[in-house]
Structures are given as structure tokens and as C-alpha cells.
Design a binder for this molecule. Structure first.
Ligand code: G3P
Ligand code: CA
Length: 247
């Protein structure tokens, strides 16, 4: 077995404003193997990179408004950095096109579809084909099987990771086997030994979110997971470089 991939959750989001080109550049500098980001659609159907359902936390105004309430032109006027630190007030919300054009061609990405609308999925696949991105070691991340099916309607080329949410390991496994899903992406903290052993015995690839503490890294390294989502890629990378695999 090999060591898990370092997955930069929303970029190097512990040190820089999440889901920005700066956070992605810094994730690469910090040694991340894969960069994760969240996708949503604007009112004029542009794919932008943004996490929350409403914009209030990041924009610091517009309570209850969502990304779909804004056109791309409107969004580009808003700074998405100063909520983190005033010195980042120059940062703007990136489109997925900008991200794919900005980052190195061989970068590995996990692209999470936040809202599984067909138009977003269709545009995503078209864009990845146009930019010749195969996502490398990454995959398209979905929250439900309907979205996974939409991805498969437009392409069988990309790996898919299904978020575990409240499903049991048995349910995750059934969905994976029946729907051309390759990865179980789990919120690991509440998992018991029994759940870990169950999936390990099925030989399923597992990625886990999130882990930012050394004690978490120690625990997860023993679980032989495929990748670990972290907000501090440099910290995880350093730990993995100095750690030994148990078997
Ligand atoms: O994809 C793992 C993780 O990103 C899912 O949670 O809410 O941070 O997108 P969230
Ligand atoms: Ca995410």
C-alpha cells in the first residue's frame, strides 16, 4: 500500500481565503497532491467556485441570497478575500474556466458538484473535455446518486466519488457497485472500527474529510485510505513524509 494523497480542501484554506486562485496556488506550493473545490452555477449559467449555499459568510452582506441570485458580472465586483483578512480584498470569485486555465495542466482536482442541476453537470463535462482535463488522481464528487447518474449521462470518462453523508457503509457499497461510482468519500470521525473493517474488506477506495490534527493523521494512516482532505496541506504533507506505514 502507499501513503494517502494530500487533498487540499478548498485549496490551502486554513491559511488563505478558500476556493480562490491564491488558495489553489498555495496548495500546490504546500505540496498537495489533489486540490478540492466546490462548484455552483450563476444566474447566467456560469460555473463558479464557491462553497456556501448563501453568500453572507464570504460576502459579509446579502443575507439569504445564493450564488444563483447573481450574474457572473455582479459576482466579479465582490471581494471574496477580506472576510479572511483585509489584505486579500483584491480576490474575486473564480470561474471553473479560469481555474482550469490558471492551474498547471497536470494538476489533480476533486470537483464537488454542490447543486446537482443538469445544466451544471452538462457544462462541467463540456468544459473538462474542452480544457482536456481528466482530473488526474482526482474525481467528480457528488452528494447523491441522481447527480452521479447525470455525470454518467454525459461522460463515462471521469471517476466519481460519492459522499457518505448519513448512509450506512452497506448502502454506500451498494450504490458504488450499482452505479459506476469508484470512491466512497466519508466524514470519518463518527465511524466505528466495524465500519472501517467492513469497507476495507470490500476493497473500496475511501477518501476522508476533514483532518487537520496530527492525532487524526496518525489514526487515518493506519486505515489505509486513498486520500485525506485537509485545510492545512503543508502540515499533512510534512507528517506523511516523516511517518512510516504500519504494514
Ligand atoms: O468534499 C469533502 C468536503 O468538501 C465536503 O464538505 O461542506 O466542505 O464541501 P464541504
Ligand atoms: Ca467540498
Amino acid at each position: 500500500m502507499s501513503k494517502p494523497y494530500v487533498i487540499a480542501h478548498r485549496g490551502a484554506s486554513g491559511d488563505f481565503p478558500e476556493n480562490t486562485l491564491l488558495a489553489f496556488d498555495e496548495a500546490i506550493k504546500q505540496g498537495a497532491d489533489i486540490i478540492e473545490m466546490d462548484l455552483q452555477l450563476t444566474s447566467d449559467e456560469e460555473i463558479v467556485v464557491f462553497h456556501d449555499r448563501t453568500v453572507e459568510r464570504i460576502f459579509r452582506k446579502y443575507a439569504n441570497k445564493s450564488i444563483a441570485d447573481f450574474s457572473l458580472e455582479e459576482l466579479k465586483k465582490i471581494d471574496v478575500g477580506s472576510w479572511f483578512d483585509e489584505k486579500y480584498s483584491y480576490l474575486r470569485i473564480p470561474t471553473l474556466t479560469e481555474v482550469l486555465e490558471h492551474l498547471p495542466k497536470d494538476i489533480s482536482l476533486i470537483l464537488e458538484i454542490k447543486i446537482g442541476e443538469e445544466i451544471l453537470v452538462k457544462k462541467l463535462i463540456e468544459l473538462l473535455e474542452e480544457k482536456k482535463s481528466d482530473l488526474g488522481k482526482g474525481y467528480i464528487s457528488v452528494r447523491d446518486i441522481q447527480t452521479s447518474n447525470l455525470v454518467r449521462k454525459y461522460s463515462d470518462k471521469f471517476k466519481i466519488g460519492l459522499m457518505q453523508k448519513n448512509r450506512t457503509p452497506e448502502e454506500v457499497l451498494t450504490i458504488i457497485r450499482e452505479n459506476e461510482v469508484q470512491i466512497a468519500q466519508i466524514r470519518w470521525e463518527k465511524w466505528s472500527e466495524i465500519k472501517w473493517e467492513f469497507l476495507r474488506n470490500q476493497d473500496v477506495k475511501v477518501t476522508v474529510f476533514y483532518a487537520d490534527k496530527i492525532e487524526d493523521y496518525v489514526f487515518l494512516l493506519k486505515k489505509e485510505v486513498e486520500g485525506i482532505f485537509t485545510n492545512f496541506p503543508k502540515k499533512l504533507k510534512k507528517y506523511l513524509q516523516t511517518s512510516k506505514l504500519s504494514s
